[in-house]
Design a protein around this ligand. Structure first.
Ligand code: CA
Length: 533
C-alpha cells in the first residue's frame, strides 16, 4: 500500500508551485464570456422541452483532450440541456496533467469524470488512495448496453483491465486500431533501382535490400550517402527495429506465454539475443544509421522523405495512408512509399508488432460511489455521446452545415473548422465525449470506404504480437517498470552499436533485470495469470 500521508505532503508542495497555473486552468464558469468578443454559439433548447432528467445535477469533467476555449460553449450547453446538468470544465495540459490533477486533489476536489488519458497504474494508485469510484459491471451493462456490445465485439477482455482487488473501477475502453500491426514501408524508387519489383518477403531478402540501399547508390547521385534504415530509440524503444524482432516471433518489450503457459518477459529470451546479434552485425556493416540512438518518429520521417534511409517500420496503416503521418508527407515530398508485409524469418511465418486494443477504463471520482443518481446520469450521458448518432456527431463534430458536412457517411469539417481553433470555440472533440475514437459503430463517420479497403488489404496475411499482460494491473509495475525499461534501453543500444556484446553482457543484463525488480514483476504476473485462467 502507498503511504497516503507522504503523498499528500508531496502533493501540497507541488500545489504551492502550481497555484497560478491552476487558477487559469480551472477558470470559473461564468467569467470567461466577458473576456472575449468572440461569438459563443448557444444551442436552441433541446426540442424546446424540459429535460427528461430530474433533478439538476452538477458534473465536473477533467480532460486533456479537445480543450474548450470558453465555458458555456455550444457542446456544453447542449449536454446540459439534454441531461439537465451543470458541467464544470477542468482543463488539464498534456505535459503536466498529473501535477495539475494532484494539485486539485490536494485542494479536496475530485473530478466526477476523471481524465481519459490515465493509464492502468494510475487506476491502481487512485483506487488505493480512495480517489476513484468502483462501479459494478451490472450497472454499466444496464445503462450502456449498446456501448458494452460495441467494445465486447473487439475485446471482451477489456473488462479485465478495470478489475483490481475484486472490484471494477470504470467503464472499459478499447482502441480499434490496436488490433492491427506495424508495417514496413520502402522507398519505391530505391527498390526499383536495386532490382526489386516488390518489397522483400523474408528476413534474408531484407538483409539484401538493406545492403543494396546502403552500398548500391540507390539515389544515383554517385555519393555514398544512404543507409538501409534507422531505429526509433529516442521516443519509443518498443518500436525500435520491431520489423526485425518480429521475425523472431517476439517483441522484446512485451510479456509472452512460454510453452508451459507461464508468463515470461520476451526481453530476456534467446530470440531477443538473436535479434540483437543480427542488428549488431548490420550495424557493424554500416546498414543502420548510427543516429538511430537519437532518432524519434519525426526524424525517421524526415530521413525517409529526405532520401537518407530507404525503409522504416514505425507506421501503422493509418499513418501510411494518403492523409497519415507518413503517407501525407511522402506525397508532399513526392517520394513513392511502398508498403510491405511483415517478414518471414526464424519462426517460418510473418508476425507484426501490435499495440493491442486494451486501454485503462474511463474512471470516475469516488464521490460517485455514494451517488447512484449521478452515476446513472453520467453513464446514460456516455451511452448517448458514444452510441447515438446525434450525441456522437454533435459532441465530436458540432453543427451540421456549419462545422461539418457529409461526404457519403463520412464527416468532413468545413473550411472554417478545419483547424482546431474554431472547434475549441464550439467545444467539439474529445472533451465532452471521452468515448470519441473508441466506438466501432461510429467508425463510418471518419473512415471512408476507401480507407477501410486500404486497412483491410494491409491487415491480412500475418499474425500479431501483443503483450500477454496487455494493460493488466500489476502493483509492482508502477514501482519497477520505468527503471527496468531504462536499463533495457541502455543495454539494447549498446548491444546494437557494439559497445556491449550479446553473449556474457546479455546474460548480465538478464540477471540484473531480474534482480532489480523484474523477478517481482514476473512473480506477480504469473500469480495473476494463474488466477484468471
Ligand atoms: Ca547516394
Amino acid at each position: 500500500m502507498m503511504d497516503k500521508r507522504k503523498i499528500m505532503v508531496v502533493v501540497s508542495m507541488v500545489a504551492l508551485l502550481l497555484i497560478a497555473t491552476m487558477a487559469s486552468a480551472c477558470s470559473g464558469k461564468h467569467e470567461a464570456k466577458d473576456e472575449t468578443d468572440e461569438e459563443i454559439k448557444i444551442p436552441e433548447a433541446v426540442n424546446g422541452e424540459a429535460s427528461a432528467f430530474q433533478p439538476t445535477l452538477e458534473i465536473s469533467i477533467a480532460s486533456i483532450y479537445g480543450l474548450p476555449k470558453y465555458d458555456n460553449n455550444y457542446v456544453q450547453r447542449y449536454l446540459e440541456q439534454k441531461f439537465n446538468v451543470n458541467i464544470k470544465n477542468i482543463r488539464l495540459e498534456t505535459i503536466r496533467w498529473r501535477e495539475q490533477l494532484n494539485m486539485l486533489l490536494a485542494s479536496g476536489e475530485i473530478p466526477d469524470i476523471m481524465p481519459g488519458v490515465a493509464v492502468d497504474s494510475d487506476m491502481v494508485e487512485w483506487a488505493e488512495q480512495g480517489i476513484i469510484a468502483s462501479i459494478s459491471e451490472e450497472e454499466i451493462r444496464k445503462y450502456m448496453p449498446r456501448y458494452v456490445a460495441d467494445f465486447e465485439s473487439v475485446a471482451v477482455s477489456a473488462w479485465d483491465v478495470g478489475k483490481f482487488e475484486d472490484k471494477n473501477w470504470g467503464v472499459p475502453r478499447i482502441w480499434g486500431n490496436g488490433t492491427l500491426g506495424f508495417l514496413p514501408a520502402y522507398n519505391g524508387d530505391w527498390l526499383q533501382a536495386i532490382g526489386y519489383s516488390e518489397p522483400p518477403k523474408t528476413l534474408a531478402e531484407l538483409e539484401d535490400v538493406l545492403t543494396k540501399f546502403t552500398f548500391n547508390d540507390p539515389d544515383g547521385n554517385n555519393v555514398h550517402d544512404t543507409y538501409g534504415m534507422t531505429g526509433r530509440a529516442k521516443d519509443a524503444t518498443n518500436q525500435m527495429f520491431n520489423l526485425v524482432f518480429s521475425t523472431f516471433g517476439i517483441n522484446p518489450y512485451y510479456y509472452a506465454l512460454d510453452e508451459n503457459g507461464k508468463v515470461v518477459y520476451s526481453g530476456l529470451s534467446e530470440e531477443t539475443r538473436q535479434g540483437l546479434k543480427l542488428l549488431n552485425q548490420w550495424f557493424e556493416r554500416g546498414l543502420i544509421d548510427p543516429e538511430f540512438i537519437t532518432d524519434s518518429n519525426s526524424e525517421i520521417r524526415t530521413k525517409f522523405v529526405g532520401g537518407q534511409i530507404g525503409l522504416f517500420d514505425t507506421g501503422m496503416w493509418q499513418h501510411l495512408y494518403d492523409d497519415g503521418f507518413f503517407g501525407a508527407t511522402a506525397i508532399e515530398e513526392e517520394v513513392e512509399l511502398v508498403i510491405g508485409k511483415p517478414l518471414i524469418g526464424a519462426k517460418g511465418k510473418p508476425y507484426a508488432l501490435s499495440n493491442g486494443s486494451l486501454q485503462a477504463p474511463q474512471m470516475f471520482g469516488i464521490q460517485l460511489e455514494e451517488d447512484a443518481e449521478k452515476r446513472a446520469r453520467i453513464l446514460q450521458m456516455l451511452e448517448f455521446v458514444g452510441m447515438e448518432d446525434e450525441g456522437y456527431l454533435t459532441t465530436v463534430f458540432g453543427i451540421e452545415g456549419e462545422s461539418y458536412t457529409f461526404d457519403g457517411d463520412v464527416v468532413v469539417s468545413t473550411e472554417e473548422y478545419s483547424s482546431g481553433e474554431a472547434g475549441a470555440l464550439l467545444g467539439i472533440g474529445g472533451f465532452y465525449n471521452p468515448l470519441s475514437g473508441r466506438v466501432v459503430a461510429m467508425e463510418k463517420y471518419f473512415i471512408s470506404p476507401e480507407k477501410i479497403e486500404f486497412r483491410d488489404k494491409h491487415s491480412e496475411g500475418y499474425d500479431l504480437i501483443t503483450d500477454v499482460l496487455g494493460t493488466t494491473v500489476l502493483q509492482s509495475k508502477s514501482k519497477y517498470n520505468e527503471m527496468l525499461q531504462n536499463m533495457q534501453d541502455q543495454y539494447f543500444i549498446k548491444a546494437i552499436s557494439g559497445e556491449a556484446d550479446t553473449d556474457k553482457d546479455f546474460d548480465d543484463f538478464v540477471a540484473q533485470w531480474l534482480k532489480a525488480g523484474g523477478q517481482v514483476l514476473l512473480d506477480e504476473a504469473n500469480k495473476l495469470h494463474a488466477e484468471r485462467n
